[in-house]
Design a protein around this ligand. Structure first.
Ligand SMILES: NC(=O)C1=CN([C@@H]2O[C@H](COP(=O)(O)OP(=O)(O)OC[C@H]3O[C@@H](n4cnc5c(N)ncnc54)[C@H](O)[C@@H]3O)[C@@H](O)[C@H]2O)C=CC1
Ligand SMILES: O=C(O)C(=O)COP(=O)(O)O
Length: 528
């Protein structure tokens, strides 16, 4: 195969590929037309964070079978476009975790003790001993935003240096937080208010983009910010202002919204903001790990073998696909609805199959349900990596089957729980191709899962549905469809509304303020 490498990787990876008989070409820092020319005859492409792998790149590379990301974050790769072009995308999720964690710890100390600033002064001939009075991490509280592989390792290290750990990560279990002695809190604001330092370790997703702005930074009053995850999660001008105005004592950043960081960035003008040029993964060990793991995956793909860290789903074999194909999206949708209605720290996901579907090999369907469950928290999730994500997050997955299926030919139920509270969403396919949600918890309904949905639990009292319609109508939000289900007259009812657009938060609050309404939840299913 011709393997094109467009960001520098360790020689060990290049050598491994060459020894396996592949033709390796390096073309660092190519972009635009030069990149399109370079990929034209490539069978494999290896990148780090420096190359934007867009739809245009895939369109220009008809022979490409795999993109290997020698590192973790794949926000620079258009995975949907890769899937459309039948190209596998695989990353190296383990090899640089320690390096990233150590850099985060180093940056916390560097900002707390003004090491780069003091270094600069001394190198320019000034013994500015009296000007630097730092902060100890001992007995302080560290807020870890995103408690995945890197976040956990940072917590372990700084916890060992005397810090109390508090974490905000809506998608991990209580058990996982307990295992690291971290206090798991339910909202970001709480995490910030309790912390002296915060360190960011989430991926960049639509949900995390700009999640920390002026208001959030104010809650960390007098504290420090470390970001070695991705630029774009913290609002950069707001951070520059907060440090400049003394709201924060300092910030240490390894990643930026635009990389390389432009000369005119406001971050560069503030003395107490220290910066490194995306060096989190830049250690010898990490680079060797990710380069060899990426090389192994390219070699596997070339040999037609399974690719260990593939991020986009390979196709199912035809016979299985015929049987379970119609249920993949349904399981994904039921998972998405269940997790959004649940809204807590799940520790368990149960997928139950009833009727004809229970006779089939449902492993891939369960994986699709997990994909739905993790979709709001992880852009890179797919049916291939979802079971591993469940393991990483300490979430138990159980699958059960029964032959009987009430009134339907086949039913899939996804239940998300934290061991005490749970939400169950049950769906079927009408006529094999019309998905319907037929039960939410104990409420029988018949909702079309699509786009923007509002799920309202309310007391079954006259005028309630009219009230909901009026509130939405006054906000100019069109109701495309609705279904109301109730268990007993005057008891609790549940209604599902398909809306043409997302309702603003104040509309949801207005509905929730009414005494007849128990809870309103907005559920986003996207355009799929
Ligand atoms: N500076 C550098 O050179 C490096 C940066 N990274 C970056 O570090 C980040 C974390 O990497 P890993 O720990 O391996 O990822 P991971 O996938 O193991 O963990 C990410 C965690 O973020 C959580 N999360 C997702 N959405 C969230 C939200 N809205 N609020 C709070 N938590 C949320 C997830 O539940 C998960 O636990 C990635 O962005 C990665 O690209 C990783 C390695 C090197
Ligand atoms: O692995 C990651 O997510 C990183 O951010 C490391 O990026 P790099 O490979 O150094 O460009």
């Amino acid at each position: 195969m011709k393997v094109l490498v467009t960001d520098p990787i360790a020689d060990a990876g290049l050598t491994r590929l060459r020894e396996a008989g592949h033709d390796v070409e390096t073309a660092y820092e190519v972009e635009g037309d030069a990149l399109l020319d370079a990929v034209a005859d490539a069978n494999a492409l290896i990148v780090r964070s420096g190359t934007e792998v867009t739809e245009e790149v895939f369109a220009a590379a008809p022979d490409l079978i795999i993109v290997g990301r020698a590192g973790i974050g794949v926000d620079n790769i258009d995975i949907d476009a890769a899937t459309d072009h039948g190209v596998i995308v695989a990353n190296a999720p383990e090899g640089n975790v320690r390096a990233a964690a150590e850099h985060s710890v180093a940056m916390a100390f560097a900002t707390a003790r003004s090491i780069p600033q003091a270094h600069d002064r001394l190198k320019s001939g000034e013994w500015a001993k009296g000007e630097f009075l730092g902060t100890e991490v001992n007995n302080k509280t560290l807020g870890v935003v995103g408690f995945g592989r890197v976040g956990q390792q940072v917590a372990k290290r700084l916890g060992g240096l005397g810090m109390d750990i508090v974490t905000f990560d809506p998608y991990i279990s209580q058990e996982r937080a307990d295992q690291f002695g971290a206090e798991l809190v339910d909202d970001l604001e709480d995490c910030l208010a309790k912390s002296d330092f915060i360190t960011i370790h989430t991926p960049l997703t639509p949900e995390t983009e700009n999640m920390i702005g002026e208001d959030e930074l104010a809650l960390l009053d007098g504290g420090y910010v470390v970001n070695c995850a991705r630029g774009g999660i913290i609002d950069e001008p707001a951070l520059a202002e907060a440090v400049e105005d003394g709201v924060l004592k300092g910030a240490a950043l390894d990643v930026f919204g635009e990389e390389p960081l432009p000369d005119d960035s406001p971050l560069l003008d503030v003395d107490d903001i220290i910066v490194t040029p995306h060096l989190g993964a830049s250690t010898e060990a990490a680079q060797e790990n990710v380069a060899t793991s990426t090389a192994d995956q390219i070699i596997a793909a070339a040999n037609g073998q399974p690719v260990a860290n593939a991020l986009n789903a390979p196709s199912l074999d035809e016979a299985t696909f015929k049987q379970v194909g119609p249920y993949l999206d349904l399981a994904d949708t039921a998972g998405r609805i269940a997790v959004q209605l649940f809204g807590g720290h799940m520790s368990e996901v149960q997928v139950t199959y009833a009727g004809d579907i229970a006779e089939e090999d449902v492993e891939y369907v369960t994986a699709s349900a997990l994909k739905g469950v993790f979709a709001p928290s992880d852009l890179q999730v797919n049916a291939v990596n979802a079971p591993q994500i469940a393991k990483d997050r300490g979430i138990d997955v159980t699958e059960s089957k029964t032959r009987t299926s009430e009134d339907y030919q086949s039913l899939i139920t996804v239940t998300v729980s934290d061991g005490e509270e749970s939400v169950s969403v049950c769906g079927t396919q009408f006529g094999g191709e019309e998905p319907r949600i037929v039960r939410i918890d104990d409420h029988r309904i018949e909702a079309v899962p699509h786009g923007h949905m509002l799920v309202v639990r309310n007391r079954d009292e006259p005028g309630t549905i009219g009230f909901i319609g009026t509130v939405l109508g006054e906000a100019d939000i069109n109701i495309a469809g609705m279904f109301n289900g109730r268990e007993t007259i005057g008891g609790e009812a549940l209604s599902v509304y398909n809306l043409d657009e997302q309702p603003p938060q104040d509309i949801i609050e207005r509905l929730n303020d009414d005494s007849r309404i128990i809870e309103t939840t907005y559920v986003e299913l996207g355009d799929e």
